[in-house]
Write a protein that binds this ligand. Structure first.
Ligand code: ATP
Ligand code: LTN
Length: 327
């Protein structure tokens, strides 16, 4: 069965972008695949974060995973830091990706551009190395990610070719899977900027009360003109709302635009707000019930034990291949 692996880093409160780009798709992977879905807590340390927030965000992600419909009997759900093989493989793989490649990564450029060199942690620079370790430990076939992470998966593929070229067929070549609609939800305050949990401006949070969500959509930035059409260049605000509506209703933004022919902006926004609330309200209620029950703790412990077994095999194979003594 194909192995699927993905993760979210607990850097902040989850947004509608995380939901439509990642969470919402996860349960569909359970049929005919073997999914591994984890909380990338080591990655969350790549930018300064308060320890209490990191803990809270990690628990929240576990509960959101379960609320999305992931069944822990089918999907292995775990914390990255509970499986020490991630850090161990990272230590080996960092020698097979190069400064020039890492410097070119858009995420690194975006996140470090406003920082002084003295403040940029090594972890932020080497982020894709740890991500490659995450993917490769489980011999993953498919890696579902939003558009922003595709570049990291491509770099992981380069690493596999390089490594296997040198040592033989040791690592499995993974493939990214980017959703057709919802891969890049933009900020409601600035539709040129990705909706992002670590830089929240114009974000809808999955924990927002529904009246707040509604208000945020009703006050989303719109564009000149009055017709609801899909045109990301001329009408980025309206196009973003069409993308959101389309992702929820499983249609392309163009198809969503056809639904709203003849609508005024205000009526259109109300329909989008209704749809988002209809989708998020039951999801949020499930999340609250799961968090209250505390069941996530055992699920994460079991998941880590299952993950460790597989991860350990791959690590040993890599250690042997590069010439480390495994006694
Ligand atoms: P950060 O702001 O900390 O960089 P993020 O909000 O971009 O985080 P990640 O933890 O990097 O979230 O991503 C989790 C998953 O959600 C990834 O698959 C990512 O591609 C997806 N994702 C994140 N933001 C969006 C967005 N605005 N639209 C669609 N998918 C998104
Ligand atoms: N970088 C990813 C989170 C992540 C991930 C991974 C996703 C860490 N390791 C391995 C897929 C596979 C992100 O920001 N969403």
């Amino acid at each position: 069965m194909p192995r699927i692996l993905s993760g979210i880093k607990p850097t902040g409160q989850l947004t509608l972008g995380n939901y439509l780009g990642a969470l919402r798709r996860f349960p569909s992977f359970q049929e005919g695949n073997e999914p591994f879905i984890f909380i990338a807590d080591l990655h969350a340390l790549t930018l300064p974060i308060d320890p209490k927030l990191l803990r809270e965000n990690s628990i929240d992600i576990a509960c959101f995973y379960l609320a999305s419909g992931l069944d822990p009997k089918v999907t292995t759900i775990f914390l990255q830091s509970s499986v020490s093989e991630h850090a161990e493989l990272n230590a080996i793989l960092q020698n097979y990706l190069y400064m020039g490649e890492l410097k070119r990564m858009t995420q690194f450029k975006d996140k470090s551009s406003k920082m002084k060199d003295e403040a940029i942690g090594m972890g932020l620079f080497a982020y894709p190395v740890l991500m490659a370790a995450d993917i490769l430990l489980y011999n993953s076939d498919i890696v579902p990610v939003g558009e922003d992470q595709n570049q990291h998966v491509e770099l992981c593929r380069d690493l596999v070719r390089r490594f296997n070229g040198r040592y033989g067929e040791i690592l499995k070549l993974p493939k990214a899977s980017v959703p057709e609609t919802g891969a890049r939800i933009m900020s409601l305050a600035d539709p040129h900027k990705k909706m992002s949990k670590s830089d929240p401006k114009g974000d809808i949070f999955l924990k927002d009360p529904m009246n707040v969500t509604r208000k945020k959509i009703m006050s989303a930035i719109t564009d000149c003109g009055s017709e609801v059409t899909y045109d990301p260049v001329e009408k980025p605000g309206i196009s973003n709302l069409l993308t959101i509506y389309g992702a929820i209703c499983e249609m392309t933004p163009q198809e969503a635009a056809n639904v709203f022919k003849g609508y005024r902006y205000g009526e259109f926004k109300k329909a989008v707000a209704d749809k988002v609330v209809e989708e998020l309200e039951p999801f949020q209620n499930r999340y609250l019930a799961i968090k209250e029950s505390g069941e996530y703790k055992d699920i994460l412990r079991d998941g880590a034990a299952r993950a460790k077994k597989i991860a350990h095999k791959t690590l040993t194979k890599v250690q042997k291949a590069v010439g480390l003594l495994v006694l």
